[in-house]
Design a protein. Structure first.
Length: 111
């Protein structure tokens, strides 16, 4: 079974992707194997894909735990605005931050 852990992100569309989603091989006459590995974003077809960098264990505070959550808000744009406003109202002063937002069904390709 292939790993689906998020290992890369697209600098163009900010999608977070697993290695098996972006890994492609192209013919390359200069390579000893005759092929070259390239990373291609399946969302926007950009080659501007970078690996996510892990945080070394010795640089993390053992009392701090990180959690990344993905919300899918269906309905009109006003529903998204209302949802984000509710989060800010219910959890004021928390140290959460929005890393990326993407309109559309970003998880549709993972089904």
């Amino acid at each position: 079974m292939m790993s689906t852990a998020l290992t890369h992100w697209c600098r163009n569309c900010t999608a977070h992707l697993s290695l098996n989603q972006i890994r492609h091989f192209t013919p390359a006459h200069t390579s000893s194997s005759g092929k070259s590995e390239v990373y291609l974003c399946p969302t926007c077809s950009s080659y501007d894909v970078d690996p996510l960098l892990p945080v070394p264990e010795d640089q993390t505070d053992p009392q701090v735990h990180h959690c990344t959550v993905i919300f899918r808000v269906t309905g009109p744009r006003a529903a998204t605005s209302h949802f984000l406003n509710d989060l800010c109202t219910k959890y004021p002063g928390d140290h959460a931050e929005i890393i990326a937002m993407q309109m559309g069904n970003a998880l549709e390709s993972e089904r």
